[in-house]
Write a protein that binds this ligand. Structure first.
Ligand code: UN1
Length: 513
């Protein structure tokens, strides 16, 4: 099989056969078990990473806590300058890192590049923000008093990220946290540990070149047990966790139990509503990319198409026809649209979902199946499938993290479609395809979509970093990346200064001595 430049990419990113998984910036160590990273692309071992032990974690935490004391005193625009340099390095390494993302995670090379672009974009955004960490000033009710608020950094931010966006989600968090004056400890998914090591190698160059102390950018590796060290740790005021709702509920409970803050970005069950006024061509592109992009493993992936009965057959046939054009295979080969699922467990979940939807009475429109034979040796390649289903089906109520698209029919008004769209436990992304202003505005109104993201004439996935990203209900309520998401990484302090010689009390209370 062609190498697709993987060897070169691994060397550009400073990856070795066996890598230490704990780092405080430029220093590396690790005493835990070996995590092997196999590519879902060809089933080959890419490399190994040594997990972090409790002692490794303690060493990292101690260094991070120390680093915070100096990092927080550096003016925010100077912290922004470090993030600017990081963005520059990412530009240099974009192809190599995009390739590694594609090879270790399985998404298409184009999507791998897109993910690195999201990192670059958030760096640019954070650089600008580093001069805009604004607080408000208020008018005091007392004469000769001044009142204002300011934002201070929180301390050590713990980042737990998922396999599906193995590099970008870390960058969303860490770029903002750094300009805010926080230091970060990142635990990447144990399914994509090399992406974590590669990112740390990139930032370590910037840290070295600027003579920065150890502890600003830290990495730990391992399974949920390492995650637990972070969630239970009172030295971590904020945990930002991305992953399943099941994981999020455990993290939320643990962190809330110690009154820490958590920023949760969990499962989605995203729908596109297709109204009688939809543009079919746009609908097909939005739905197909949404459903099969990243092999259906984005939290924003389109899981449900809610189609008006008058358009139902037309849309169903058009989407099914488009599926015939999909080429499934090595994601590094740019002729292919769909790569593998992350591993064989994911394949099993996909198969279970298809079995379940049929058992519940659903009808298969585009047949699924696991691919085998030449090019599919890893056993992780599956055919994107489409099934007609009911919104009330148990399987439709859950997030199927695979390329399975459920078709639902609605009749009457757009309100009926919105009710179906909102009738699930998750609330991340949503979309409506319509050229009808009334329908679009109703979808966006207070009685409309209950999701964190609501799009008109765009699919459910592929959000830009400039907006706040996240969702409601079982998606966890967190907001990351753009808009004012930076505020989560800081603590707000209200300051009132009296510049008179009297001490008047608020609310006009008299207290004379
Ligand atoms: C995720 O799947 O966790 O909106 C993040 C999108 C991407 C991010 C997805 N920008 O699809």
């Amino acid at each position: 099989m062609a190498d697709f430049g993987i060897k070169e990419a691994l060397s550009t990113l400073g990856l070795e056969d066996i890598n230490n998984g704990s780092s405080t910036g430029t220093k590396w160590f690790s005493n835990g078990d070996i995590i092997e990273s196999y590519s879902p692309v060809d089933g080959k071992l890419i490399g190994k990473v040594k997990a972090s032990t409790k002692d490794d974690y303690e060493a990292v935490m101690k260094t991070a806590t120390e680093a915070f004391k100096t990092w927080r005193t550096k003016p925010a625009p100077l912290r922004g300058e470090i993030v600017r340099q990081f963005g520059e390095k990412l530009r240099e390494k974009k192809e190599a890192l995009g390739k590694l993302v594609s090879y270790e995670m399985g998404k298409s090379y184009q999507e791998g590049l897109g993910e690195v672009q999201e990192m670059i974009d958030i760096c640019d955004f954070a650089v600008g923000l580093s001069r805009q960490l604004h607080g408000l000033t208020m008018h005091s009710e007392r004469p000769g008093h001044r009142m204002y608020e300011q934002y201070h950094p929180l301390g050590v931010v713990g980042i737990i990220s998922a396999f599906n966006f193995p590099v970008a989600v870390w960058a969303w968090n860490t770029a903002l946290a750094w300009i805010c004056g926080d230091v970060c400890i990142w635990k990447p998914s144990e399914k994509t540990p090399l992406c974590g090591v590669a990112c740390q190698n990139i930032i370590s160059e910037v840290l070295k070149e600027n003579n920065l102390p150890e502890g600003i950018s830290c990495l730990v590796n391992g399974d949920y047990k390492v995650g637990e060290m972070m969630t239970k740790d009172t030295r971590v005021p904020l945990i930002s966790a991305t992953g399943s709702t099941r994981m999020g509920k455990i993290v939320a409970k643990e962190v809330a139990g110690r009154l820490g803050k958590s920023l949760l970005e969990l499962g989605g069950n995203n729908a596109i509503i297709v109204t009688p006024d939809a543009d079919i061509k746009m609908t097909v592109i939005g739905a197909v990319f949404g459903a099969v992009g990243t092999a259906g493993q984005r939290c924003t992936s389109t899981r449900r198409l809610i189609i008006h009965e008058s358009m139902y057959d037309k849309v169903k046939n058009a989407v099914a026809d488009a599926y015939k054009q999909l080429r499934i295979g090595n994601p590094l080969d740019e002729n292919n649209h769909v790569g593998p699922l992350i591993d064989k467990d994911a394949v099993k979940n996909y198969e279970n979902a298809l079995e379940k939807v049929v058992a519940e009475g659903g009808k298969i429109v585009v047949e699924g199946g696991v691919l085998s034979g030449e090019g599919y040796e890893s056993g992780c390649y599956v055919k994107p499938a489409i099934a007609e289903a009911g919104n009330y089906y148990e399987i439709v109520q859950h997030e199927t993290f695979a390329p399975v698209l459920y078709l639902l029919k609605y009749s009457g008004d757009v309100e009926n479609a919105i009710a179906l769209q909102n009738g699930v436990a998750q609330g991340l992304s949503s979309a409506i395809m319509t050229n009808n202003l009334r329908e679009a505005e109703r979808f966006l109104s207070v009685q409309g979509s209950d999701c964190g993201i609501a799009n008109v004439n765009i699919g459910t996935s592929g959000a830009e970093i400039g907006g706040a990203f996240g969702g409601e209900k079982e998606t966890g309520g967190g907001r990351e990346s753009g808009s004012d998401a930076w505020k989560v990484y800081m603590r707000r302090q209200t300051n009132t200064i009296n510049y008179t010689t009297d001490l008047p009390l608020a609310q006009g209370i008299k207290f004379d001595l």
